[in-house]
Write a protein that binds this ligand. Structure first.
Ligand SMILES: NC(=O)c1ccc[n+]([C@@H]2O[C@H](COP(=O)([O-])OP(=O)(O)OC[C@H]3O[C@@H](n4cnc5c(N)ncnc54)[C@H](OP(=O)(O)O)[C@@H]3O)[C@@H](O)[C@H]2O)c1
Length: 253
C-alpha cells in the first residue's frame, strides 16, 4: 500500500486490516506510518520517497521478496497548481516519477509473482481528472490518464492470457484527504455535495475488485461526469473547460 500515511491510502489500510490482511505501509512520513501500524495492531512500515531511485528499488525488492502478495495498491500521489511553464519543473518531474514510473515499476514487480501463481490484484489510484484536461493541472491530468490507460491495457493483456489476476484503475473525484492541503488549495471553493469520503471510495474500489471491474469511478455524480466526458465532442469539452477557467479567473463573467 503506497501513500498509506494519509487520506485514501490510510482508509485502504484500515479497511484491509479489518479484512485480515498483513500490510506493508509505504510513504515518506515514517512517524505517520508507525502511528497507523500501532492503531491497526501491527503492520510493516516502509519509509520511502518513490520519486527517488534507491527508495523505489527498495520497495520493488520488498515486493519481489513477498511472493504471496495478494494486493498492491499504487496510491501515492500529489497535485500541483499553476500553468505548466510557470510552475517549477522539479515538481512536474517528481509527479511523473511518482504517478508513472513508480506505478509501472511496482506493478511489474507484483505481477511477476502474481501471474505465475494465478492469484492477486493491483489497484492503481488514478483520478476522474485523467478523463479530461484542465488548465493549471496539465501534468496531473496527463499522468492520471496514463495510469488509467496503463491499467486498462494490462487488464486486457491479463484477460487475453487467461490470467485470473485482476487490475483496477480507481478514478475518484473530490475526496476529503490531505491532498488539497498539500496543494495549498482551500476545500471551501468546491461545493460540499461534490466531496466524497475516502472510506466510501475504498468501499467501491474493493467491491469493484471482487466483481473484476477494471475501472471504478466512485459516486453517481462522477459516473455521470465521466460518461459526459466520453460522449461529448472535443470542441464542446474544450469550450466547457475554457468557460470554467474564465469563471475561476473572473467570477463575474
Ligand atoms: N483527494 C482527492 O480529491 C483525489 C481525487 C482523485 C484522485 N486522488 C488520488 O488519490 C491518491 C491518494 O491521495 P489522497 O487524496 O489520499 O491525498 P493525501 O492524503 O495527500 O495522500 C497522498 C499520499 O501519497 C504519499 N506520497 C506523496 N508523495 C510521495 C512520494 N514521493 N513517495 C511516497 N509517498 C508519497 C503521501 O505520503 P507522504 O507525504 O508521507 O510521503 C500520502 O500518504 C493520489 O494518487 C491522488 O492523486 C485524490
Amino acid at each position: 500500500m503506497t501513500g498509506a500515511s494519509s487520506g485514501i491510502g490510510a482508509a485502504f489500510a484500515r479497511r484491509l486490516a479489518r479484512q485480515g490482511f498483513a500490510l506493508i505501509l509505504v510513504a515518506r512520513r515514517l512517524e505517520h506510518l508507525e502511528r497507523l501500524a500501532r492503531e491497526l495492531g501491527g503492520a510493516e512500515s516502509l519509509a520511502a520517497d518513490l520519486t527517488l531511485e534507491p527508495d523505489l528499488a527498495r520497495v520493488e525488492a520488498r515486493i519481489a521478496s513477498a511472493p504471496d502478495l495478494e494486493l498492491l495498491v499504487n496510491n501515492a500521489g500529489f497535485g500541483t497548481k499553476g500553468r505548466f511553464w510557470e510552475t517549477p519543473l522539479d515538481a512536474q518531474e517528481r509527479m511523473h516519477r511518482l504517478h508513472v514510473m513508480a506505478t509501472l515499476r511496482l506493478t511489474r514487480a507484483a505481477l511477476a509473482a502474481m501471474v505465475p501463481r494465478g492469484r492477486g490484484g493491483v489497484i492503481n489510484v488514478s483520478s476522474v481528472a485523467g478523463f479530461g484536461q484542465s488548465p493549471g493541472n496539465v501534468s496531473y491530468c496527463a499522468t492520471k490518464a496514463w495510469m488509467t490507460s496503463f491499467t486498462e491495457g494490462l487488464d486486457l493483456e491479463l484477460r487475453g492470457a487467461g490470467s485470473p489476476v485482476r487490475v483496477q484503475a480507481l478514478c475518484p473525484g473530490f475526496t476529503v484527504s490531505g491532498f488539497h492541503d498539500t496543494m495549498g488549495m482551500s476545500r471551501e471553493r468546491i461545493p460540499a455535495w461534490l466531496w466524497m469520503r475516502a472510506e466510501d471510495v475504498v468501499d467501491q474500489s474493493l467491491r469493484g475488485l471482487e466483481q473484476g471491474k477494471p475501472l471504478v469511478v466512485p459516486g453517481a455524480i462522477y459516473k455521470m461526469v465521466v460518461t459526459l466526458e466520453k460522449l461529448a465532442p472535443r470542441w464542446l469539452r474544450s469550450a466547457a473547460v475554457m468557460r470554467a477557467t474564465r469563471k475561476r479567473r473572473d467570477p463575474a463573467s
